[in-house]
Design a protein around this ligand. Structure first.
Ligand SMILES: [Zn+2]
Length: 166
């Protein structure tokens, strides 16, 4: 049996903080002169990649001036203009979207693309990675500390701590 010596630590008086949540800061891309859309489209599956830029019809709700009612209008849009919708609906469901060989930060980026960029805690990110990678295929078990360190040092994905502006 080991004896634990308690030291006289100063009492810490800190309100329990909410765990930090992260997201892709798409404004960061603008500041860098980079295109988030192109970055996200780079994660399309081959079938969707082939369709990028082609014109597709999209039904969009618009308010009709006269009646003040919402009606649907058909508009031509460029395929992949809303890359996260494409990824959520198709590419993230393809094999190889995220594999055990995907670099971890790239995998985290892909998780956010697939979830519509919902701000998420590290714990939640780990859970979501589990949708693609089974626990026994995790070389380093995706430790929370590892994910946190990678997120803090990200220079290429625009991953940021999500802060509510008060
Ligand atoms: Zn696809």
């Amino acid at each position: 049996m080991t004896d634990v010596t308690l030291t006289d630590n100063e009492p810490v008086d800190v309100a329990p903080a909410e765990p930090a949540r992260f997201f892709i800061d798409t404004n960061w891309y603008e500041g860098q002169g980079r295109s988030f859309r192109a970055m996200a489209q780079g994660r399309f599956c081959p079938a969707c990649t082939a369709k990028v830029g082609s014109t597709v019809e999209d039904r969009v709700p618009v308010v009709e001036k006269k009646s003040n009612r919402v009606v649907f209008e058909t508009r031509d849009v460029a395929y992949g203009d809303q890359p996260m919708a494409v990824i959520r609906g198709c590419c993230s469901k393809q094999r190889n979207y995220i594999t055990p060989d995907t670099p971890l930060l790239e995998a985290v980026f892909r998780v956010f693309l697939a979830t519509g960029n919902q701000p998420a805690t590290i714990e939640r990110i780990r859970e979501q990675l589990g949708d693609w990678i089974s626990p026994r295929d995790r070389p380093h078990n995706y430790a929370e500390e590892l994910i946190a360190t990678l997120l803090m040092h990200d220079r290429g994905y625009g991953l940021r701590e999500f802060a509510l502006v008060t």
